[in-house]
Design a protein around this ligand. Sequence first.
Ligand SMILES: NC(=O)c1ccc[n+]([C@@H]2O[C@H](COP(=O)([O-])OP(=O)(O)OC[C@H]3O[C@@H](n4cnc5c(N)ncnc54)[C@H](OP(=O)(O)O)[C@@H]3O)[C@@H](O)[C@H]2O)c1
Length: 321
Amino acid sequence: MISVAFLGLGTMGAPMARRLATANQVSLSVYNRTASRAAPFASLGARVCASPAEAVEGADVIVTMVADPAALRAVCEGEGGALASVARGAVWVESSTVGIDVLDWLRAELDQRGAALVDAPVSGSRGPAEDGALVVLAGGAPEALGRVARVLEAFGTVRRTGGPNSGAATKLVFNQLGAHMLAGLVSGLVLGTKLGLDPRELLASIDAGAFRSAMFAHKGARIVDGNFEPSDFSVELLLKDQQLVLEAAERCGVELPTLVAVRDLVARAVSEGEGGRDLCAVVRVLERMAEVTARSPMRSAASRGHSARESAYSTTGTGGA
Ligand SMILES: NC(=O)c1ccc[n+]([C@@H]2O[C@H](COP(=O)([O-])OP(=O)(O)OC[C@H]3O[C@@H](n4cnc5c(N)ncnc54)[C@H](OP(=O)(O)O)[C@@H]3O)[C@@H](O)[C@H]2O)c1
């Protein structure tokens, strides 16, 4: 039996913790800042705790899945913070996307307490988290990685990326790649719609061609359906990720001018009220600028074959979904 404490039960943390609650030979305790999100875990047999320190008491493995570096420090520090009761010999799995600096701080804190850190951010969103089909980017000492293998495998496919911080560094590279892909998708859909294309047909053409990607298909479908809520991954978190990438790049002397442009677009989306929506809502900034909406109703097979200009796409100036 392995004892696991899970801290942070948001969009990703809740389904990941549920995987552990239903796994064999795992005893689970959970904590979430907003208690109502943790309460349902009692019916799954988990111990629902009032503080991070209570959840971590006696745990072999601690998993954190919180929003950002400030949230990670908040669950660690102060009265009721997790560091107060982390056990000697425990391994802490940090799965949030928090960049590298805060990991160095946490590793030093754990070192003083005789505990180890594995950085294990994940690739994939709500659906893969529910299905145990995330890709876990795991960095750390081989011995610590070995001790948490069973926990990480409950979340999905584990890729050992190398030594300490290599999972977090890999995730930063993924983040900038995903941001560029999103920027290309939303730019392409707005441009294509303005050129007279049906955005749904445009997506189908992209899917049939050399640039096919699951991300284009999934987020593209949400855009043409006008389906921006609920969020699988919010525009706010996307902005946080781009800031983390740019900070890390600056520190190691790499200039990323194209990512700066994408970050500015995402920041504008937040300032225009899109922060809580799914990241594909970034398209709404470009739509408002171009006075077009890249929406397209599902069409029956019989009606396919009409020219792009005959299909129903909106060219209103409202930018509404
Ligand atoms: N969503 C995705 O598709 C996805 C994919 C890969 C990686 N990630 C990364 O995984 C992490 C979690 O993402 P998510 O989508 O699950 O986010 P989320 O739904 O916004 O959940 C954030 C979690 O952090 C907690 N939190 C925020 N601020 C806190 C604070 N100051 N003190 C204590 N707890 C705090 C929240 O508690 P409350 O419930 O009290 O607000 C909640 O449990 C993020 O770093 C994100 O970038 C997300």
